[in-house]
Ligand binder design. Structure first.
Ligand SMILES: [Zn+2]
Length: 176
């Protein structure tokens, strides 16, 4: 899709919103009070607002390859700090997805330093298949986040999810 088409769609979106609610953008510009902070994969098929049925202002999002949490990553840490201390969000979702290219690359042994923790996880679970590795990766990020002072001291609940592209469903790993 080219830029002109996107700008045309933007105009159409504005008109649709205003037709439903003439003060939509006045309200949107007043502020945000999202209920969830979401750490997910950058994969273009995994759009959290869409599959969570959320509108702009309702979910605070950070995405990177394979939904990884590194305490040394200022990008993810800034998002978490802002979400938890400035926006007072109490629920943190870590959402992977089946068919994740980042997990696949790590399992194939690709030489990308930022995937090292998935490679280590795979080494320790060498029998795990692709789907299971996606799940284990989510669980590992959740376990590390639960140990973070920022999360502990602010009573933030961490939710392990996987998005299933084949069905559109959210798989809640805390139920399995
Ligand atoms: Zn992915």
């Amino acid at each position: 899709m080219n830029k002109e088409e996107i700008l045309r769609r933007n105009q159409k979106w504005i008109e649709t919103k205003l037709n439903r609610d003439g003060s939509y953008f006045d309200k949107l510009s007043e502020g945000q009070s999202p209920s969830f902070v979401y750490l997910g994969c950058s994969d273009s098929r995994v759009s959290p607002e869409l599959f969570m049925g959320q509108e702009p202002g309702e979910v605070f999002v950070h995405r990177n390859i394979a939904n990884l949490f590194h305490e040394s990553d200022p990008s993810v840490m800034t998002v978490l700090q802002y979400a938890i201390t400035a926006l007072n969000i109490k629920d943190l979702v870590v959402c992977g997805h089946y068919g994740c290219g980042g997990v696949q690359l790590a399992m194939d042994g690709a030489d990308f330093p930022w995937l090292q923790k998935i490679k280590d996880l795979h080494k320790n679970n060498s029998d795990a298949d692709f789907k299971t590795m996606v799940e284990l990766n989510v669980v590992q990020q959740c376990e590390e986040l639960e140990e973070l002072d920022l999360v502990k001291e602010n009573d933030v609940k961490v939710h392990p999810w996987v998005f299933d592209l084949a069905s559109g469903k959210i798989v809640d790993l805390s139920e399995s």
